[in-house]
Design a binder for this molecule. Structure first.
Ligand SMILES: *[C@@H]1O[C@H](CO)[C@@H](O)[C@H](O)[C@H]1NC(C)=O
Ligand SMILES: *[C@@H]1O[C@H](CO)[C@@H](O)[C@H](O)[C@H]1NC(C)=O
Ligand SMILES: *[C@@H]1O[C@H](CO)[C@@H](O)[C@H](O)[C@H]1NC(C)=O
Ligand SMILES: *[C@@H]1O[C@H](CO)[C@@H](O)[C@H](O)[C@H]1NC(C)=O
Ligand SMILES: *[C@@H]1O[C@H](CO)[C@@H](O)[C@H](O)[C@H]1NC(C)=O
Ligand SMILES: *[C@@H]1O[C@H](CO)[C@@H](O)[C@H](O)[C@H]1NC(C)=O
Ligand SMILES: *[C@@H]1O[C@H](CO)[C@@H](O)[C@H](O)[C@H]1NC(C)=O
Ligand SMILES: *[C@@H]1O[C@H](CO)[C@@H](O)[C@H](O)[C@H]1NC(C)=O
Ligand SMILES: *[C@@H]1O[C@H](CO)[C@@H](O)[C@H](O)[C@H]1NC(C)=O
Ligand SMILES: *[C@@H]1O[C@H](CO)[C@@H](O)[C@H](O)[C@H]1NC(C)=O
Ligand SMILES: *[C@@H]1O[C@H](CO)[C@@H](O)[C@H](O)[C@H]1NC(C)=O
Length: 870
């Protein structure tokens, strides 16, 4: 790699000559030339360096240049900082001719080359930052001649090979970041022996390393931050690590570390703010007094191999905020002092074998936010003070041996959003849930709770996942629960009785109610025949209908009013500030498009606006989607996003041909397919499509989505997938349209349009109500709904004429009956396809699982569907 043939003498002479010219007259003239030479080998697609021109401004005012304030007659360049400018091309070492250059930062660009050897000429350099590029090859030894270097950041590249021992010659180094590269082999401890000034060390995310932890790190007395996570480290934690009194952050997670902790771990790390040992294979127990600071003297007496002097101050962990040791094999008493540390925020110890009891937690003002101690052997009671901690948002302690009853206030913290106490031995009744207005998940399954389900549960506004299964709860299910937006309500295997609120039955799979022999209701083994019940539910249905009707009427009036106002306004402003961009040659003008957008040409309407079909001059048709630009996004922003969408090319995606922009709306031009959409086809009274065609539609759709989710960069979420957005060509090959609209109109406007959409929400994954962040698994849910439509031959909304259910709920209800699955299949398809259709049904059920993590990815869906092809 690092072999260069010596330059031919002639070239060398020329170089000298050049050098001579550069360094002679006034320094500033030559500095200008040096900078321009450096720029000339760089590709600058966004024109970020277009201001680098001696005519425009003095070079000290150029983008990224800082000059030294020295008293010398003319200023000279002290640092060049060109990070995040989308630059590529060649990094020319000509920059090293700047005689006072101390800083060079080219981070976060797209340089794709080895580290230039001749950067070694920049002998004045103090900071070198080449992070987040696409640099490759090994680290050239020449770099180690930069003897003043204090900061070296090469992280986020594709640098390979061993971490060179000669790195040790950079004796002034304070920050060394080699993280997120492809370094391999073992780390030689000799590297660190001389780096005595090091404060920040990062070798993380180099999964190809396979090395013991270099014990010499423990000699670097100034170290504050050590990041070695996910880098193939194995073996024990060296005792020398204890000798770092300044250490603030230690991350050794996701390695292959084994063995016990060195005795006294934590005792000599008084400044520790964050320690992460998670996901290793560490074992043994923690010194119980690890953060009490009491038993220090005794500990040292027991430890003969303990070198170093016994500190005479009592050490505590008064700064510790994060303690993460989950997914290891630790056992013994959990260090109880941790719970009362003044700054502690996060304690994660799940999946170990810790034992002991939790203290009451009610003492000092606490900052505790997150406690995860699932799957250990903790005993005793749930802390009485839990509800008093104002900051805590997660307390999960499932799979332990906690017993006794829940404290009355267990859910009183205003921030609490996840409580998981399943699989313990808790008893007594479930207290009323007060004040925890942010509670999303309540898991109390597999305990011995008795009494009723408190009806206060129904008044928690965002509660979405409730698992009370396998307890001894009795009484009725509170009626109020039917008005909650639940994705999970598992009360199976209790002793509940009485009638189940009707919408609860239709909204959730019956298996969530099973094992309660005394429950009754439609679809359950027992029917309840209490007339009063019927009437009240009929009455409530009437009230509901009335509300819906009046709401719809109101909305229509409002919309009509707005439309009139909008039309007036629009006719005035059509001409101003329009701009169109076509990605394909389209023989049509903006005006012609605008004229064609009338009622007669409407082909559909969705939450974001209408779609029209427009004829080009040559006779071909295109589809035009009209989006309201309610956030007044600029042309630049809109153009950048649409370009991203237009570049997504796949046989199963419709082409985006161009767009017209104005301040009030954006018109997107797509290719038009004659057959219309799957939605149209499904609604035809005689929907007859063979299974082979339906499978083709499903597979093509799955492939298109998988491309958007995985293959295309940046990954795109569809976020509005429904059968109306699947267009069909003459051979019933599908093409997905309408993806990524959120990117064009902005998140806020996307959300408000979706929320105001009155028609079917049945393609939308249930977790959308409680998570803000959209995920690909939400698209998978929508895909599952489309698959159900194809299998049953019924539309997603109101699949059966007398039913107000959506298709997912309808299918779930049917499937639990004898032969239910077979009865779901579209009877218009001949029996010979039954096996494939049942397999597709199973996939569709997985895709529409209420629990997102149970859904397959689109890649898996593609594979499943492919296996169904004969
Ligand atoms: C940089 O620009 C500012 C004003 O834009 C000016 O005052 C200053 O003198 C310039 N610096 C140099 C070194 O030319
Ligand atoms: C390197 O530059 C990037 C981008 O400016 C910055 O985020 C990073 O912190 C820098 N590295 C160091 C060690 O300062
Ligand atoms: C951990 O070590 C085992 C055996 O030594 C090896 O098979 C495994 O790949 C290692 N895991 C990691 C993450 O390095
Ligand atoms: C963890 O260590 C134990 C012995 O200490 C060993 O038997 C086991 O295979 C290790 N597990 C992994 C995943 O390396
Ligand atoms: C121990 O903690 C107390 C506060 O709890 C603090 O005042 C004291 O400075 C700490 N001692 C050390 C050695 O950090
Ligand atoms: C509990 O932790 C053990 C390791 O301590 C692990 O093997 C097991 O899978 C965990 N159980 C669950 C349910 O996560
Ligand atoms: C609660 O714990 C159980 C068992 O460990 C687990 O299956 C479930 O996913 C947990 N729920 C939440 C919300 O953490
Ligand atoms: C509901 O609870 C029962 C009993 O604990 C369990 O078998 C079933 O898997 C649970 N269902 C879900 C979706 O969590
Ligand atoms: C649903 O099916 C399960 C097992 O197939 C059965 O135990 C349960 O009683 C059924 N529920 C209803 C409502 O039919
Ligand atoms: C565009 O349409 C006009 C009139 O309809 C026609 O004369 C012209 O040839 C077309 N141009 C192209 C490139 O098709
Ligand atoms: C969808 O993709 C499949 C294979 O990737 C291809 O055979 C089919 O023609 C595509 N559909 C359309 C409409 O192009």
């Amino acid at each position: 790699m690092a072999t260069t043939s010596p330059p031919p003498p002639l070239l060398f002479l020329l170089l000298l000559l050049l050098l001579f010219f550069f360094t002679t007259p006034t320094t500033s003239d030559s500095e200008v030339d040096i900078l321009l030479t450096f720029k000339s080998s760089i590709e600058d697609p966004t024109g970020a360096l277009s201001g680098w021109s001696p005519i425009k401004t003095h070079f000290c005012n150029w983008t990224g240049i800082a000059c030294s304030e020295s008293s010398s007659p003319s200023p000279s360049v002290a640092s060049v900082d060109l990070h995040s400018l989308k630059l590529s091309g060649d990094i020319s070492s000509s920059i090293c001719q700047l005689s006072q250059l101390t800083g060079l930062n080219l981070a976060d660009n797209q340089f794709n080359q080895p580290i230039p050897l001749r950067l070694s000429d920049c002998i004045t350099l103090v900071t070198l930052n080449l992070s987040t590029n696409q640099l490759w090859g090994t680290i050239p030894n020449q770099i180690f001649q930069l003897s003043s270097l204090q900061v070296l950041d090469l992280s986020g590249n594709r640098i390979q090979g061993l971490i060179p021992v000669s790195l040790g010659s950079l004796e002034t180094l304070q920050v060394l970041n080699l993280g997120s590269n492809l370094f391999s082999g073992s780390v030689n401890p000799a590297v660190f022996v001389t780096l005595s000034q090091l404060v920040h060390l990062d070798l993380s995310q180099n999964p190809s390393l396979a090395s013991e932890l270099p014990s010499s790190i423990g000699k670097l007395g100034k170290l504050k931050r050590v990041f070695l996570q996910n880098s193939g480290f194995y073996g024990g934690i060296p005792e020398s690590l204890l000798g770092l009194p300044g250490l603030e952050v230690l991350d050794l997670s996701q390695n292959n570390l084994t063995g016990d902790l060195p005795l006294g771990f934590g005792l000599e790390l008084p400044n520790l703010v964050s320690v992460d040992l998670s996901q290793n294979n560490l074992s043994g127990s923690f010194p119980t007094d690890v953060c009490h600071g009491k038993a220090l003297a005794e500990l040292s007496l027991h430890d003969n191999s303990f070198t170093g002097s016994v500190p005479n101050t009592i050490v505590n962990c008064s700064r510790l905020q994060r303690f993460q040791v989950q997914d290891n094999g630790f056992d013994g008493e959990f260090p109880s002092g941790l719970w009362s540390l003044p700054e502690i925020r996060i304690i994660r110890a799940e999946n170990n074998r810790f034992s002991g009891e939790l203290p009451d937690l009610a003492v000092a003002p606490s900052h505790l936010e997150q406690v995860q101690i699932d799957n250990n052997s903790f005993t005793g009671r749930i802390p009485q003070g839990l509800g008093l901690i104002q900051t805590i948002y997660r307390f999960s302690a499932s799979f332990n041996d906690f017993s006794g009853s829940l404290p009355q206030n267990f859910c009183a913290s205003p921030a609490m959003s996840i409580i998981n106490l399943s699989h313990n031995s808790l008893s007594g009744s479930i207290p009323d849930l007060m004040n925890c207005k942010r509670l999303v998940s309540l898991y109390l399954a597999d305990n011995s709770f008795t009494g009723k389900i408190p009806s206060s549960i129904a008044h928690l506004p965002v509660l979405t996942y409730i698992d009370l299964s396998s307890n001894k709860l009795s009484g009725e299910i509170p009626q109020e629960i039917q008005y909650m937006k639940l994705a999970l309500f598992n009360v199976s295997y209790n002793q509940l009785s009485g009638s189940v609120p009707s919408t609860l039955i239709s909204g959730l799979p019956a298996s969530f109610l099973q094992g309660n022999p005394d429950l009754c209701g439609p679809g359950l083994p027992n029917q309840c025949d209490m007339p009063s019940n019927r009437q009240s539910s009929k009455a409530s249905r009437l009230v509901l209908a009335a509300i819906v009707v009046s709401f719809v009427a109101g909305f229509i009036l409002l919309a009509a009013g707005l439309f009139v106002v909008y039309r007036r306004f629009q006719t005035k402003s059509t001409k101003v500030g329009r701009k169109s961009v076509f990605f394909y040659p389209l023989n049509i003008s903006e005006e012609q498009i605008l004229v064609a957008l009338n009622e007669m040409n409407t082909i559909g309407r969705g939450p974001f606006g209408k779609a029209y079909v427009v004829q080009l001059r040559g006779g071909e048709l295109v589809a035009v989607k009209k989006l309201v630009n309610s956030c007044k996004l600029s042309l630049r922003t809109v153009k950048a996003e649409i370009k991203i969408l237009a570049k997504a090319r796949h046989k199963n995606l419709t082409k985006l041909l161009g767009f017209c922009y104005s301040e009030s709306e954006v018109l997107i031009i797509y290719e038009y397919l004659q057959k219309g959409s799957l939605g149209d086809v499904l609604c035809q009274p005689s929907f007859l499509l063979e299974w082979g065609d339906r499978l083709k539609i499903a597979l093509g759709t799955a492939k298109g989505l998988a491309y958007l989710h995985r293959d295309y960069v940046p990954h795109i979420l569809h976020r509005d997938l429904k059968s109306n957005n699947i267009l069909l060509d003459a051979g019933f090959e599908p093409r997905i349209t309408g993806f990524g609209i959120d990117r064009i109109i902005g998140e806020a406007s996307y959300n408000s349009s979706m929320a105001s959409e009155l028609s079917c929400h049945c393609y939308i994954a249930p977790e959308l109500v409680c998570t803000k962040k959209p995920t690909e698994l939400m698209d998978v849910y929508s895909f599952g709904v489309i698959l159900l439509e194809l299998i049953t031959g019924r539309p997603a909304e109101r699949p059966a004429s007398m039913d107000s259910l959506d298709i997912v709920k309808w299918v779930r209800r049917k499937i639990n009956m004898t032969n239910g699955a077979v009865q779901l299949l579209d009877p218009n398809i001949c029996n010979s396809a039954q096996q494939e259709m049942l397999a597709a049904l199973e996939l569709a059920l997985r895709c529409t699982s209420v629990m997102p993590e149970k859904r397959p990815t689109m890649d898996e869906a593609v594979r499943s569907l492919q296996s169904l092809y004969p």
